[in-house]
Structure formats: C-alpha cells, structure tokens
Design a protein around this ligand. Structure first.
Ligand code: ATP
Ligand code: MG
Ligand code: MG
Ligand code: MG
Length: 439
C-alpha cells in the first residue's frame, strides 16, 4: 500500500477525551473514529488489525472443531420471551419496534437464537457434538461506555455455542474452547490467564474469564505468578483427545486465579507471598457451561442412543475482538506509539522514503516495495512528500514491526537502514541484503 493512496487520518494533537494510552493511540494513529457514545467506525488502519485478530480467532476456533455461521444482529423479542430473558435483561438491551409494531432487539448475545437454529435441525445424538460460532456485532447499552473500543456499546464478539448429549460431553467441549483460547491470545502476543468466574444460579466451577494483566484494566485480579510461565498448548494439539485436553485444563486451573468477584482472600494468602500477583486486568474472553438452561426452556432435545429424548447440554464462549485490539496496544507500546506484534500488525513493514522526488531514493524504495509485495510481506510505502521527521514519527506511531529507511546518503552507497520498531536497533544493509532480511 502506498501511503499517498491510503486513508490514514493521523491526529497531530493528543485527543483530550482519551483517558488511557490505547484509546489515545488508536485515535492518533487514525484507527477509529467515534460516531456517537460508544459507537465507532473502524478506519482502514484499524480495520486491518481487526481483520488479523479475527483471522487468528477463526483459525483457532476452526482448529478446535467449531463451525462458523452468521446470525443477524436484529432479533425478534419472541425468542427472548421463550427463554425468560426479555424482561430480565434490563436496560443494557436496545429494544426496537419495526413498522408492523413488532418488538425486536439488537442482540447483546445469541444463546436464544442459536438454540432456535439448533432445535430446527438437530434431532439425533448422532449429530453431536456440535459447536457453532459467529463473529458478529453486538449491542449493549453500557451505562458508562469508555476507553474507546475497550468498552463500547456496539462491539464485535466471537461467540461460540456448544451442544452435547450430557455433562461429560459438555466438559470436553469446554476444554476444547479452553485450549483454543490459550492459543488464540498467545498468538496475538498476549498472556491471558483463565480465572474462575461466577456461574450464578447454575453452580459448579465451569466458567472462566480470560484476563490480560494491565494497569488500566477495569477488574481487580489475584493470581499465582506461575501463570506467567505455563506452556501454551501446541499447534498440533489433538482436540478429540479427551484426556489430553483435560490435562491442559487441569494444569491451567491448578493455581490460584480469581477476579475480585470470586476472590477468596484466605486461599490467596495460602500462596507464598513472593508468588502472589495482585493486579488489574482486562477481560478479553469468557467461557461458560450452563447445562440445560436454554435448551430446557426452548425445547432443544435430541434422541439418544437409548431411544429416549435428551435435553442437550450447552456452553457459550465469547471473545471480544474490538476489545482485544486496544488490549494488545495496552500491552505493547512505548512513548512514540504502538509496537505491534507481527501477527496482528496492520503492516509488517513500512518503507520510509526520506526524500520523495529524489530519483535514487525513489528507485531504491520502489525496488524494495516491489520485492516485498512479491514475497507477500504486507508493506506500507511512505511515498508522500512530508519531511523526514514527520515520516519517522508516523512510522513509530503506527507501529509496523520493521522500518526500512531510505535516505539520499545511504542510497548513494547502495544501502538502506533497517530499524526494529521494538528495540530501536538500526542496521545499515545493502538494498539486496535488506530485501533478503525481510522476505
Ligand atoms: P464486561 O465484564 O467487561 O462488561 P461481560 O462479562 O459483560 O464483559 P461477556 O458477556 O462475558 O462480557 O462477553 C464476552 C466478551 O465480549 C467479553 O469477554 C469481552 O471481551 C467482550 N465484551 C463484552 N462487553 C463489551 C463491551 N462493552 N465492549 C467491548 N467488548 C465487550
Ligand atoms: Mg458487561
Ligand atoms: Mg465480565
Ligand atoms: Mg464476561
């Protein structure tokens, strides 16, 4: 992508409304624009990151055996009356009437709708286990939307729903998502810690929030420091291996970890003091086994191997992609801007032409840009006629992991400079060596 033809509305000034660094940087780097309270446009640079985050989520969901579909944002109130949640959900639900005066709502989540999909088609245990997910906008009329897309009213959620014949099957489905989540967040450069979460009236211990430690997080969290070093499940994890997945779950729940709502001060104090971590955290995912809560109310049942009808056991599993983007920035930035992990960077490299219009600089940059494009390296080429200082500031702000800097002096020797955004380390290489390094 040539910057001269891209749409990158960088802000020069620090936006006053931004209270936390990720919000400030997302606005400054031209990633998002607020449209009304808690409702955002994702500008092209932001959209590129969001797409990469979604692609990782999708790959790991698919790997674990979940199947993608797409449900609508607007739902009929009737479904929610069936489950009993229409009245219970309260003011966070945006309620709408269509021209026929039929009550509708903008979905805050999709348990009811997926249960309706399931009951329409699935009649036999032979079609189980089943896990269906989508990545779709949600709306929750949050009392206090804030921190940009970290807590917005309209936001994207990956929500998966599992269906099993019994509790045992549902536990395996839960462990599949548990392992998939560990891999998903790790691939984005994040260490997410599963923390015991409230299961409400259903009871049991099968609900975990996945929390990123961050000073700006809204939750107060307590955990054992061992979580910072536990191994992430490997790419070749066998998601059909019941015992293997249980072992991952057991390991990752073998130490103390809880948010303030579930905190047990006495149990935490039993952890040696130097191994305790008390911090703040960001909830980026939440998984939940809720048994037959919706299937019972909405009649989702299958015929079992015994010939009898069984109410299916369900779980739901959420991830917030539009919250993950700022969470990644909270975890990875410096005073000059964002430092993207390669896997989610909007561009893997930026080529900075320090003197656009200079024939030698232009030729060197075009050569490098073409070679990187050919090798499939997502590259932004700053071919604008801004001054070099402003270009360096932009390159640092938008945070591509590698910068290729072409100035008249180096190019005169057939060389360019390569700068690692994270460490700041610079190296001068011939144009050919620079291309080899990056491809
Ligand atoms: P929170 O405690 O932050 O309000 P939640 O517990 O209400 O979140 P869930 O119902 O568990 O959220 O939804 C699953 C995921 O959706 C969350 O883990 C989070 O990543 C994301 N999410 C929830 N609410 C928002 C929001 N207002 N803005 C952005 N992402 C959100
Ligand atoms: Mg909430
Ligand atoms: Mg929560
Ligand atoms: Mg939650």
């Amino acid at each position: 992508m040539r910057l001269s033809r891209f749409f990158l509305p960088i802000l020069k000034e620090n936006p006053k409304e931004a209270e936390i660094v990720s919000h400030r940087l997302m606005l400054r780097a031209g990633m998002i624009k607020q449209q009304s309270a808690g409702i955002y446009t994702w500008l092209p640079l932001g959209k590129r990151v969001l797409d990469k985050v979604n692609a990782i989520i999708r790959e790991e969901q698919n790997r674990s055996g979940a199947i993608e579909l797409l449900m609508p944002t607007l739902q009929s109130a009737e479904l929610w009356q069936e489950s009993g949640r229409y009245d219970a959900y309260g003011k966070e639900m945006l309620r709408i009437k269509d021209r026929q005066d039929r009550p509708m709502l903008y979905g805050p989540t999709n348990e009811e709708m997926i249960t309706d999909v399931f009951r329409s088609f699935v009649k036999s245990y032979k079609d189980l286990p089943l896990n269906l997910y989508h990545i779709q906008l949600k709306f929750r009329d949050e009392i206090r939307p804030r921190f940009g897309t970290m807590r917005s009213r309209e936001f994207l959620m990956k929500d998966a729903y599992s269906f099993d014949l019994d509790r045992e099957g549902a536990e395996h489905a839960y462990n599949r998502m548990f392992a998939a989540y560990l891999r998903t967040f790790s691939r984005m450069g994040l260490r997410a810690i599963p923390m015991r979460a409230d299961t409400g009236p259903i009871g049991g211990n099968l609900s975990h929030e996945f929390i990123i430690l961050a000073d700006t997080g809204e939750s107060e969290v307590f955990c054992h420091k061992d979580f910072l070093d536990f191994d992430i499940p490997a790419e070749d994890t066998d998601f059909d291996d019941v015992a293997g997945l249980r072992a991952i779950f057991d390991k990752w729940t073998s130490r103390y970890a809880a948010t303030s709502e579930m905190h047990d001060a006495a149990a935490f104090e039993a952890v040696p003091e130097e191994e305790r971590v008390s911090a703040r955290g960001i909830e980026v995912g939440h998984i939940f086994y809720f048994g037959t809560k919706y299937s019972e109310a909405m009649g989702a049942k299958v015929q079992g191997p015994d010939g009898k009808e069984h109410i299916v056991h369900m779980g739901s599993y959420g991830i917030g992609p539009t919250r993950l983007v700022p969470a990644i920035i909270e975890a990875s930035h410096d005073e000059n801007g964002i430092v993207w992990p390669k896997a989610v960077a909007p561009f893997e490299a930026i080529v900075v032409n320090m003197k656009a219009g200079d024939a030698a600089c232009d030729a060197a940059c075009e050569t490098i840009y073409a070679a990187l494009a050919k090798a499939g390296v997502d590259t932004l080429y700053d071919d604008t006629d801004e001054r070099a200082g402003a270009k360096f500031a932009t390159a640092d702000l938008i945070g591509a992991p590698v910068q290729v800097i072409a100035g008249p002096r180096a190019v005169g020797n057939g060389e360019v400079e390569i700068k690692d955004r994270k460490t700041g380390a610079r190296e001068t290489l011939t144009i050919e060596a620079a291309i080899n390094r990056l491809t």
